[in-house]
Structures are given as C-alpha cells and as structure tokens.
Write a protein that binds this ligand. Structure first.
Ligand SMILES: NC(=O)c1ccc[n+]([C@@H]2O[C@H](COP(=O)([O-])OP(=O)(O)OC[C@H]3O[C@@H](n4cnc5c(N)ncnc54)[C@H](OP(=O)(O)O)[C@@H]3O)[C@@H](O)[C@H]2O)c1
Length: 338
C-alpha cells in the first residue's frame, strides 16, 4: 500500500482564537525527490505562538500562509529518500517541513541533527529557535551583564525557560512571570530562578517591588499587554526592554494593549527593542555550540512538553499555547501516525 501524506491546510483567517473551521485535513501523494531534493518523514512538529500570526493576511517579518496551503511549521524527521548530495537516507534533520507527515525539500534551511547530543525534540526547543531566541535576545538585544536583575514573562514556556537559565548562567538575578503556582514552583525549584510571580494570582507590581527593589535591568517580554505595562513601572536606570513577542495580544480582535507606560523609558533612560531571531542566522552555530555545551554539562535543562498524536491533533494542540497548558517547548510527536 502506498502511504498517504496527511496534511493540515489553512482553510480560513480567524478572528480571535482559531477554530476547527480554520483548518482542513488533506491527503496528498507521497512526494518523490527530484535532482537536488530530499523527502523527510516528519516525526516531531514544533508548535509555536507565531503560527497564529502567520494566519493573518498582514505585513510581517514573513509572508502569511496562503489559504489552501500546508500550514508552515518547523519540524524534525528522518530522510527517507534523497537525491541531494548533502543528505542521505537515515539522516535525522530539522527544517521548515510544515504540518504534514512527509515533506519534499531542496535542502534549504535543513540541518542535520546529532542525536548523541540530544533527542530530536530538543532541536525544536533548547537547541532550536526557542533557545536561539533566548540567547540572542538576552545577550545581544538585551546586552545582559553579570549582576543584572532580569525579569522574564512567559517564563515557563519554550523561550522563557531557556532565557531564565541563560541569565542564571551569566550570574544574573532572575525573576520569572508565569501563570499558575505549579509553573512558578518549577521555575524556582527545578530551573533555579531566584523568584517567580504568578500573574494569575499575585499582584505583579507589588511582587516586582519586593523581588527587585532597585528595579529591573533587563525585561525579556514574551507576553505584552498588561504585564509589559506593569514591568515598565519598575525599570532600573538604563534598562533594556526586549520585545520578543506579545502572546497575550495574538488573538486580540481590537487594537493590541500594552506599552501605554512608555514615558517610563524617558524616566529610566531605558530602551525598548524588538527583534527577530532569523537576523542572527550567521551566528546560529556559535549559539548552538554554547547551548549544547551547557546541556552536556547538565547546566541547562531541556524541557519539552510532548503531545503524542497524529496530524489531525494539530489544531487543538496549537490552542494549548493560548490556554497556557504547556510547560517548556510544545511539540506534537507523530508516533501515532505511522
Ligand atoms: N522574536 C522572535 O524571533 C521570536 C522567536 C520565537 C518566539 N518568539 C515569541 O516568544 C514568545 C514565547 O514563545 P514560545 O514558543 O516560548 O511559547 P511558550 O512560552 O512555550 O508558550 C506560550 C505561553 O504563553 C503564555 N500565555 C498564553 N496566553 C497568555 C496571556 N494571555 N497572558 C500571558 N501569558 C500567556 C502561556 O503560559 P502561562 O501559563 O504562563 O500563561 C503559554 O504557555 C511568543 O510571544 C513568541 O511569539 C519570538
């Protein structure tokens, strides 16, 4: 029997949270590689907040996904056919393979994975874009220095959990902001954060005053909205506010909130900078080797939250991000599919 390639295609442009109607489950023939091409059997799909933004037909740092197209996704898998000189059958690889079981690729942006270092899913987390985002966001954009007080929102997620650990490895005092007591306890007890604030239960402003009496030197923001506005009131002189993302606003149906307290940038002589990790592509090898070394030494904990399922589980798995159900990097593992 010839296997079928199950795919998730974008069917609609959501207002607010995506609904099942925004997706269609398609079937395609198993692709055949032409000269210079390879075919990958996808094993792990990266589930990212940015996917929500890619569904919008607006100007961004990357083109929106077209209606009817296979949903864009980073993924890992195994090469099952190759006419590409750089890749052989059996190679484990990562790349932008999309939400589908088999991907045809010309090798662009495809990386070989060293599974002796870490399992495939870690290449979508600590050793993938989330890890790289934390690394360059803190060290380059945030110009983090030893002794800084670093606050991180979305702290128990893929990017935030790595960011906090990198800040600790650089001798900083780290305050995480996350939803729920369990996540906060995990940040302090397992990842070594100095303090954690449960934004769903605590008074964030009062807790920040308690944990960072002299203010925050670097704020690494994954969340935006009210949390951004509140931390802006606690900036130390010369603070750097790093805008990594604003997940609290990704499903907003009216104008996004947050950053109304921007005059605090004047008071604190602070800066606020947005960034896109792709701009550091030339330096990815440097960051991956630093992250891999910390991982190998046991100084960095890789935490993935794996949903075992099939392609058809993608729509609901994506919503877990907006419900705050993941701890660490959310990954859909396709072990049920084949
Ligand atoms: N700039 C770049 O190049 C770049 C690259 C990668 C990712 N990003 C951004 O980085 C951020 C984190 O991405 P990730 O992959 O690491 O996702 P993640 O943090 O693993 O998952 C999303 C988390 O966001 C929190 N959240 C959801 N809705 C929220 C709300 N309304 N208010 C506050 N928190 C909310 C939830 O945690 P709680 O339980 O704590 O609420 C959830 O677990 C996103 O904003 C993403 O767009 C940027």
């Amino acid at each position: 029997v010839t296997p079928v390639n199950h795919q998730i295609r974008l069917a609609g442009r959501p207002e607010g949270l995506p609904t099942p109607d925004d997706w269609s489950l398609g079937e395609a023939e198993l692709p055949e590689p032409g000269p210079g091409e390879l075919v990958v059997a996808v094993s792990h799909i990266s589930i990212d907040p940015a996917m929500r933004a890619w569904m919008n037909p607006v100007r961004s740092y990357i083109a929106p996904v077209e209606i009817g197209a296979v949903m864009r996704a980073g993924a890992a898998g195994e090469v099952i056919a190759s006419q590409h000189p750089g890749f052989a059958v059996g190679d484990r690889v990562s790349g932008a393979f999309g939400v589908q079981e088999y991907a045809l690729s010309d090798g662009q942006g495809v990386a070989k994975l060293d599974l002796s270092l870490a399992p495939a899913q870690s290449y979508l987390g600590v050793l993938g874009f989330p890890g790289l985002t934390a690394y360059f966001g803190l060290l380059d954009v945030g110009r983090m220095q030893r002794g800084d007080v670093v606050a991180i929102s979305g702290a128990a997620g893929a990017v935030g959990s790595v960011a906090g650990q990198i800040a600790k490895l650089h001798g900083c005092r780290v305050i995480g902001i996350a939803g729920g007591e369990q996540k906060c306890r995990w940040l302090v007890d397992e990842l070594g954060f100095d303090a954690a604030i449960d934004y769903k239960a605590d008074d964030v402003r009062a807790k920040l005053k308690e944990y960072a009496p002299d203010g925050v030197d670097v704020f690494f923001d994954n969340v935006g909205g009210d949390i951004l506005d509140t931390v802006m009131l606690r900036l130390a002189r010369g603070a750097r506010v790093v805008i990594c993302g604003a997940i609290s606003q990704y499903n907003a149906t009216d104008r996004p909130g947050g950053a109304t307290n921007y005059m605090q940038l004047v008071v604190a002589r602070a800066s606020m900078t947005g960034f896109v990790v792709f701009d550091w592509a030339e330096r990815f090898p440097e960051a991956v080797s630093a992250l891999a070394e910390w991982l190998a030494r046991g100084e960095l904990i890789a935490k993935e939250d794996i949903v075992h399922g099939s392609i058809s589980d993608f729509p609901d798995t994506l919503l877990k991000l907006f419900r705050g159900e993941n701890v660490g990097k959310l990954v859909l593992a396709l072990d049920g599919a084949r």
